[in-house]
Design a protein around this ligand. Structure first.
Ligand SMILES: *Cc1c(COP(=O)(O)O)cnc(C)c1O
Length: 475
């Protein structure tokens, strides 16, 4: 039942103090023409309503959540404690700089640490999400070429395994997207890459390890080929979990990157934000960064780089997400960051190894932080699809992995266990996956009907996207 349906006129749960200023009425033109409908509930009802809602949803605090490419790791609660400190939570972006030196130190410190982790020279915390960071990074690439009076570069090369946001961001930045097919190992096809190189290439966008969880061992040659034809290399670092503290994009030949603090650096995500898609770059792009960077030691101040592309978002981005991410990095420290990375890779390989005799691996080799299975064989044999298995997982207390992505793998399930899961949890998940495979062979019907234990069964996802009902219709 919706909160609006529970509403009863006159019920309330807040008591306002008596008004101590003179009441004024708004000018006629500024007043509502229609009645303002707000739900009216007692505190008991309100509390029960939200508790009930929270039980219907599933998150990292409820159980295993191996949603590939999304890095649903556990978000330590200490991050939220820090973000709640009044010196961070209660400040205003227009306060004088002298009164927010601590907050500025947070921005300065995370810039320094993330530059060290990624091998970049400067970093902005302004972009609000991964896709927003990609757009920012591409605008930097564009500003760079244009500053050299090089206007003929109108192409961005993107492998077909890329996250969908990559071609979307490149198109938004005004570029033509040149898609290159992956080779049989899911990696960049060197011959296909060489065939599209030329002086019209503005740059390459690459995820490494890529979206099938494999590290491209030709990476140095790839980035050099792009540089040799005058282009720049963009690194989609949304999931840095597989390399952080071990390998640096800057050392792989990348000039600009974005990171999703809301994936790798353990700030809550899903449900639409807020996120943070910080963008780091090498010196050659630093003059073009968005307009706020922190400079100074004793007396910190905000500066706008000389040839800045301008603001990508108001003020300093989603600052409290940055506070959470900094807390996470400082908690783990120099030893903990690479350890988390290695455990993420170990956990993925452990699950892959324990499932590969039953499920077909899309690429049967050592993976990084995630792996992709193709359920095409199972579907041909039994009629049970990746969707059926995913939905059945819900009845077994698990959030499904990412489905039908990347598009180059048929009936794909993409599993990213992350480092924060215990061996027991992984073993349990492996057992569930194995059980469902056997069930698919014996009783496929049961899997077509899953889930049966959730508040709702199979939803019409297309209808939900095409005809969203976002407002309650009062009668
Ligand atoms: C999640 C993700 C993105 C997009 O990040 P958003 O914050 O959702 O915009 C881009 N690339 C990859 C590889 C991702 O996994």
């Amino acid at each position: 039942m919706l909160i609006f349906e529970k509403s009863r006129a006159g019920r309330q749960c807040s008591l306002f103090p008596p008004c101590d200023v003179e009441l004024k009425t708004l000018p006629e033109g500024d007043r509502r023409k229609t009645e303002l409908h707000l739900p009216e509930l007692s505190e008991t009802e309100l509390s029960r309503h939200y508790t009930e809602l929270s039980k219907k949803s599933r998150g990292v605090n409820d159980g295993f959540y191996p949603l590939g490419s999304c890095t649903m790791k556990y978000n330590p609660k200490v991050n939220d404690d820090m973000a709640g400190l009044e010196g961070f939570a209660d400040i205003h972006p227009l306060q004088p700089e002298s009164t927010v030196q601590g907050a500025m130190e947070v921005i300065q410190t995370i810039e320094k640490l993330l530059c060290e982790i990624t091998g970049m020279d400067r970093l902005t915390v302004q972009p609000a999400a991964g896709a927003h960071g990609e757009f920012t990074g591409l605008m930097l690439i564009k500003a760079y070429h244009e500053s050299r009076n090089d206007f003929k570069r109108d192409k961005i090369i993107i492998p077909d395994a890329a996250h969908g946001t990559n071609p979307a961001s490149a198109t938004m930045a005004g570029y033509k997207v040149v898609t290159i097919p992956s080779n049989e190992r899911g990696l960049v096809d060197m011959e296909k890459l060489k065939a599209v190189l030329g002086d019209d290439v503005a740059g390459l966008m690459l995820t490494n390890p890529n979206t099938v969880g494999l590290f491209d061992d030709n990476i140095l040659e790839i980035t050099k080929l792009i540089h040799d034809c005058g282009g720049l290399n963009y690194y989609d670092g949304a999931n840095l979990n597989a390399v952080m503290g071990v390998v640096r994009p800057g050392d792989m030949g990348f000039d600009v990157i974005h990171l999703n603090l809301h994936k790798t650096f353990s700030t809550p995500h899903g449900g639409g934000g807020p996120g943070s898609g910080v963008v780091g770059c090498k010196k050659l792009l630093a003059d073009f960064l968005p307009s706020v960077l922190v400079e100074g030691e004793q007396d910190k101040h905000f500066v706008k780089p000389v040839k800045s592309i301008g603001d990508m978002k108001a003020f300093y981005g989603n600052f409290l997400v940055v506070v959470r991410a900094l807390t996470y990095i400082l908690t783990l420290g120099k030893e903990g960051i690479p350890e988390a990375c290695k455990n993420a890779v170990l956990n993925a390989n452990y699950m892959r190894y324990k499932l590969k005799d039953l499920y077909t691996m899309a690429y049967d080799e050592v993976c990084m932080h995630e792996f992709v299975m193709s359920l095409q064989d199972l579907k041909d044999k039994t009629g049970v699809s990746a969707m059926d298995i995913a939905k059945s997982l819900l009845d077994n207390g698990m959030h499904p992995p990412t489905m039908y992505f990347p598009l180059i793998v048929h009936e794909a399930l993409m599993i990213e266990p992350t480092e924060t899961e215990s061996k027991e949890t992984l073993d349990q998940a492996i057992e569930v996956f194995r059980k469902l495979y056997k069930e698919a062979e014996k009783n496929p019907e049961a899997l077509h009907n899953a889930p049966v234990t959730t508040p709702v069964g199979r939803l019409d996802e297309v209808k939900a996207a095409r005809e969203p009902v976002l407002r309650y219709q009062w009668t």
